[in-house]
Design a protein around this ligand. Structure first.
Ligand SMILES: Cc1ncc(COP(=O)(O)O)c(C=O)c1O
Length: 258
């Protein structure tokens, strides 16, 4: 076995981890008894633990290591940027070269008229920002009552108060008095678990049409946005039937943004 030796032994690291480090979405007591797996290195699609075991990282970190680990070009450019300008804010009529370059690139890649980029530090923070942005957008257009955001049960949009409210996980809602007001959840397009005797296409259409029903019941003048993961990740890697998204597109085009 190819042991890694430039760190304390695994048991010592596990004890320190249990003593001082809180893990998200984890029962701390049970993990402390078992001992967390300590990751020490990664390259390409492989991660290596403190016992030298190589593991295929099929989940790409938390779905986010899209180009693999250990890219020299990224390490080099990050090191150069850290020396040149490691940080500056863009609050007070200032900007900087990486922000400009990345915003331009994302605008080129994004479809249609999605040409303006607001940077956040995480997905949760981005979705909290989305809540405020949607509500403020409609308020600025003279429709402050259009503040309801429709989401789906078993969706995951992050773990802050706002993004956890957008998400539809009842276990998360049970912690801390979520959801915040004016978030409405409809059923998810999970044919595999909830389709019953319906064929996938009919089920996808029915679940999409729940959006239209909800908009009409809540009042079209009250609904500001719909949020949905293209593929539900944390909820179970749920791919909606092919009929689902075109119907959602039809409904949002016709009903919400008229
Ligand atoms: C669809 C989706 N939105 C938001 C988030 C939250 O992102 P972050 O963990 O960066 O806060 C996740 C995280 O897995 C996600 O899968």
């Amino acid at each position: 076995m190819n042991m890694i030796t430039n760190h304390p032994p695994t048991e010592e690291l596990q004890a320190l981890d249990a003593a001082h480090h809180m893990h998200p979405f984890t029962a701390g007591g049970a993990l402390a008894e078992k001992g967390a797996r300590v990751m020490t290195r990664a390259n390409g699609i492989w991660i290596t633990d403190s016992e030298g075991r190589e593991i295929l990282d099929a989940m790409a970190g938390l779905w986010c290591v899209n180009i693999g680990y250990g890219r020299d070009s990224l390490a080099d450019v990050a090191a150069r940027q850290m020396r040149e300008l490691p940080y500056y804010n863009t609050f007070f009529q200032t900007t900087h070269v990486p922000a400009i370059a990345l915003a331009k690139k994302i605008a080129e890649l994004a479809p249609g008229d999605l040409n303006h980029v607001f940077f956040a530090g995480s997905g949760s923070e981005a979705n909290d920002t989305n809540i405020r942005m949607v509500r403020h957008y409609w308020a600025m257009k003279g429709q402050p009552e259009r503040n309801i955001i429709i989401s789906r049960k078993n969706a995951y949009h992050g773990s802050t108060v706002g993004s956890g409210s957008l998400g539809g996980m009842s276990g998360m809602h049970a912690q801390g008095g979520l959801p915040i007001p004016d978030i409405h959840h409809i059923n998810q397009p999970n044919w595999w678990a909830e389709g019953g005797d319906m064929d996938p296409e009919a089920f996808g259409l029915a679940r999409a049409q729940e959006l239209e029903t909800a908009i009409l019941e809540l009042g079209p003048e009250r609904v500001g946005a719909f949020i949905g993961e293209p593929v539900q990740g944390a909820g179970g890697v749920i791919v909606a039937p092919d009929s689902y998204w075109p119907e959602i597109q039809r409904i949002t085009t016709n009903t919400v943004f008229y």
